[in-house]
Ligand binder design. Structure first.
Ligand SMILES: Cc1ncc(COP(=O)(O)O)c(C=O)c1O
Length: 388
């Protein structure tokens, strides 16, 4: 049995994914395939580091040490071939809290910000809650694969949009943007020097060969004066509950504006255990991540075979990265919200209705398959019961 085959009961552990089911879906008795965290334990070295620190018994105010910044930079260099300098790294309590501050700091009220739906819903929410406007540059689905609409983006920037949010790799459609796609994107952005760029690379470590993640600033360093990149160990090592994201900000001027804004909102804080866990993860976790990716890939293949033989009307978009399957349910002849509801009531599986990811999401389901294979099989049996 592999490490990732272990089924660990998460009920009653303050898990959003498990203990939040009742609140969000109205039932407790379902296998959750929604929130993007994994039903796997973190690497043993990470657990051990947290235990050792807990044994110390004092949990006062925290500073980030230089080894932390070195390890984040080394991880980016090693895994993503991006030569990050340790002093480019700034911690924040979360990606979306940082994004909310960035929107308020680098754009003005009523400015327009471009997102590329279907995409992670908090992008849109953060824009609207900050009193800015959203413009959609919809991804284009062609031959069951998504691509960016460069001319659509150019039109929106020509109309005066002030900020662009890239999701790379892209949640929920699973694209890992290739180098030439990022170059083409950068060439559009180059024509609009006043456009700020937020590059969300939280899923960078989840790519399936032959796909490789390319950090935007590594491909297009000339965007450095107006780009902030977000990255974290939270998805990769299942540490989301520790609340920590790294912003990589090579430009001194942007970094100091961002730091001032975080300080003014009392957000320049770091969780002690996030520091301890991230250091252990980046120091010892490479081999674990490689095994995790192999397991996730096999999970996807298992799911693909299951659906092909038992529910062929569900069509999968092949993920190049992430652990989120983007499932086309439109051939079932009912809305994706009805499909999700049947899956919940009859199959006892909780998935996300694609329409919540914005334009282009209707007809799809987002299904988190980061779980032990036996649980995945149980969930897929639920799909079969509900839909056949
Ligand atoms: C693309 C993307 N960005 C950000 C987040 C959440 O980040 P945080 O919990 O650090 O706010 C998620 C979580 O699923 C995500 O998929």
């Amino acid at each position: 049995m592999s490490f990732f085959d272990q089924v660990v009961d998460r009920k009653g552990t303050n898990s959003s994914k498990w203990d939040g089911l009742k609140n969000v879906f109205g039932i407790e008795d379902a296998i959750p395939m929604w929130v993007a965290d994994m039903d796997f334990k973190s690497p043993p070295e990470v657990i051990e580091a947290i235990k050792q620190r807990a044994d110390h018994g004092m949990f006062g105010y925290t500073v980030v040490d230089s080894e932390y910044y070195d390890l984040v930079a080394q991880w980016m260099n090693k895994r993503h071939k991006w030569e990050v300098k340790p002093d480019w790294v700034v911690t924040s309590p979360g990606t979306i809290s940082a994004l909310s501050v960035i929107i308020r700091t680098f754009t003005n009220a009523n400015d327009t910000i471009v997102i590329q739906p279907p995409v992670y819903p908090p992008f849109e929410r953060s824009i609207l809650l900050a009193g800015r406007k959203v413009a959609y540059n919809n991804l284009i689905l062609e031959n069951n694969r998504y691509r960016m609409d460069y001319s659509g983006l150019e039109k929106l920037l020509n109309k005066g949009a002030k900020m662009f949010i890239l999701c790379s790799p892209h949640n929920p459609v699973g694209r890992v943007w290739a180098e030439d796609e990022l170059l083409e994107l950068a060439s559009v952005l180059s024509k609009h020097e006043d456009v700020f760029v937020f590059d969300d690379e939280l899923w960078a470590d989840f790519t399936y060969a032959p796909n490789e993640h390319h950090p935007l600033l590594q491909v297009a360093p000339h965007l450095v004066k107006r780009t902030i990149t977000a990255t974290s160990a939270s998805k990769t090592f299942n540490l989301a509950g520790l609340e920590n994201t790294n912003l990589i900000i090579p430009d001194e001027n942007i970094k100091s504006k961002f730091n001032d804004a975080m300080f003014s909102l009392a957000l320049s804080k770091t969780n002690l255990f996030a520091i301890v866990a991230t250091k252990a993860a980046y120091k010892y976790g490479e081999g674990w991540v490689d095994q995790l990716l192999q397991y996730l890939h096999e999970n996807f293949e298992f799911m693909k075979d299951f659906l092909k033989s038992r529910i062929p009307s569900l069509e999968l978009v092949e993920p190049e990265g992430t652990y989120l399957a983007w499932v086309n349910a439109s051939h079932l002849g009912i809305s994706s919200s009805k499909v999700a509801d049947k899956l919940l009531r009859i199959g006892h599986v909780a998935v996300e209705d694609g329409s919540t990811f914005g334009p282009g999401g209707e007809g799809f389901l987002r299904v988190n398959y980061a779980m032990p294979r036996s649980l995945l099989e149980q969930a897929l049996n639920g799909f079969q019961k509900a839909l056949t």
